[in-house]
Structure formats: C-alpha cells, structure tokens
Design a binder for this molecule. Structure first.
Ligand code: ADP
Ligand code: MG
Length: 137
C-alpha cells in the first residue's frame, strides 16, 4: 500500500470539478485517506514548489496556486504514486492521453487542474507537508 499527494488546483476548484476529479481516483482504485479545502498563502505555495524556484514560471505558478482555494488530498492504494500520475496525464494537456484528468479538464501547461507527487520519496515529503499522520485514515 502506497500514499501520494494530490491537489485539485484553483482552476479545477473554480470550475466545480472537485467531484468529477475525485471520481476518477475512486474509479481507478485509489482511496481518499485525508482531504482538506484550503487557501494557500504565497509562503506555503513557494515552499511547496521550492524545487522549481529557479524556473522562469515559478512566480506565475505561485500566483496561480494562491489565487483561490485548492483541495489537498492524501490518496492511498497499490502503486498510488504512479497510478495517480497515470490518471492525471502529462503536465502539458496538449500531450496528455485520452481520458486523463488533464486531457479532459486542463486549460494550459500552467493551469493544469491537478498536482501529483512524482516519486515515492517526494510523496512522503509532500503528504507530510499538508497532513499529520493522525489525520490520515
Ligand atoms: P507536474 O505537475 O506534471 O509534476 P512539473 O513538476 O514539471 O509538472 O511542474 C510543476 C507545475 O508547474 C506544473 O504542474 C504546472 O502547473 C507548472 N508548469 C510547469 N511547466 C510550466 C511551463 N512551461 N509554463 C508554465 N507553468 C508550468
Ligand atoms: Mg512535479
């Protein structure tokens, strides 16, 4: 059993896509083990995406992620990290496979509707960034 972090980004929450997106995870055998709706501060978004701070899109990414609420989830299941990435689709929706969340809903490479941890070690760090162990069941 594995855990990963998922975020429904502001563009997804603004368009009332929370239910449709969570259905994709559940239909594919992932369980929502923890969940909260929150408004990220610039400091939180900057710290969460610190790995990208030298990238040209960093400022735009922090502005986007803080413009309205997000839904943060710990997803749990067999191969949850890779399975979530598969359900999400490629970063650029123009390159995302049919039926993936980003193909179905994302508007651009920046406003791409969902975040998902990219590896088992980063998943552990990202889950711990948002949830205490006592909040995950
Ligand atoms: P992923 O979210 O698929 O793991 P990355 O970790 O490479 O992708 O990038 C983190 C986020 O930064 C992306 O999901 C997207 O919101 C944003 N981003 C990535 N590349 C670009 C880009 N070229 N222009 C604007 N925003 C970008
Ligand atoms: Mg990434």
């Amino acid at each position: 059993m594995e855990r990963t972090l998922s975020i429904i980004k502001p563009d997804g929450v603004e368009r009332n896509l929370i239910g449709k997106i969570i259905s994709k995870f559940e239909e594919n055998g992932l369980k929502v083990a923890a969940m909260k709706r929150t408004l990220l501060s610039q400091a939180e978004a900057g710290a969460f995406y610190a790995v990208h701070k030298e990238r040209p899109f960093f400022g735009e990414l922090v502005e986007f992620m803080t413009r309205s609420p997000v839904v943060v989830m710990c997803l749990e299941g067999e191969n949850a990290v890779a399975k979530n990435r598969e359900i999400m689709g490629a970063t650029n929706p123009a390159e995302a496979a049919e039926g993936t969340i980003r193909k179905l809903f994302a508007q651009s490479i920046g406003e791409n509707t969902v975040h998902g941890s990219d590896a088992v070690d980063t998943a552990k760090q990202e889950v711990a960034f948002f949830f205490a162990e006592s909040e995950i069941h």
